[in-house]
Design a binder for this molecule. Sequence first.
Ligand code: MN
Length: 228
Amino acid sequence: MKAIHLYLLSGLTSLTLLSFNQSNANNKDQLTKNSVDMKFEKVALPYATDALEPVISKQTVELHYGKHHQAYIDNLNKLIVGTKFENADLETIVKESDGAIFNNAGQALNHNLYFTSFKKNGGGEPKGKLAEAINEQFGSFDKFKEEFNAAGVSLFGSGWVWLAKDKNGKLSILKESNAGNPLTSGLTPVLGFDVWEHSYYLDYQNRRADHLKGLWNIIDWDVVSARY
Ligand code: MN
């Protein structure tokens, strides 16, 4: 009954789920695991694992998306059990949590945004209102890229460089350590480059600048422009 109650609380009333739970009603560990697994999942990868080569290798996508991102999601799902964040959405958790929950929620959200920002044969330039805002704020797309790359290269240690917008649509570039996301400053993330070494070390070793330069060739500007 406990698991049925949990599913109902989550708004999941599928008969399939209910009968699945009933059939496992005597296995408490199994029920706990399944109810936890229902909480957050990685965003689906919108391309094949080798689609971003040579900018990001298949091996890096498999490890970064398949292992690192999965670990953040799994940790988050475990950590929120029994806390006030148990039924919260990911953005709320990122805005309101701290410590280990924040670290894993931030990375779960950051990587969902990151992995959906790319496509095979991407690149080119931003579109529509985002293009206009970039030109207004930074002078040109090339100047924006230069500033964004410089922020990524100069970020000390692990973290993220973000393009973010405020409530009036004004853009800014933010350097965030570790799991940082613009949401915690009241801003909306538009584009984030991961500068943790796990995102590039297999392909570029210490050449972070080369990696950042390459990322512009795989951006899916339809997706990214729609976030603005
Ligand atoms: Mn990462």
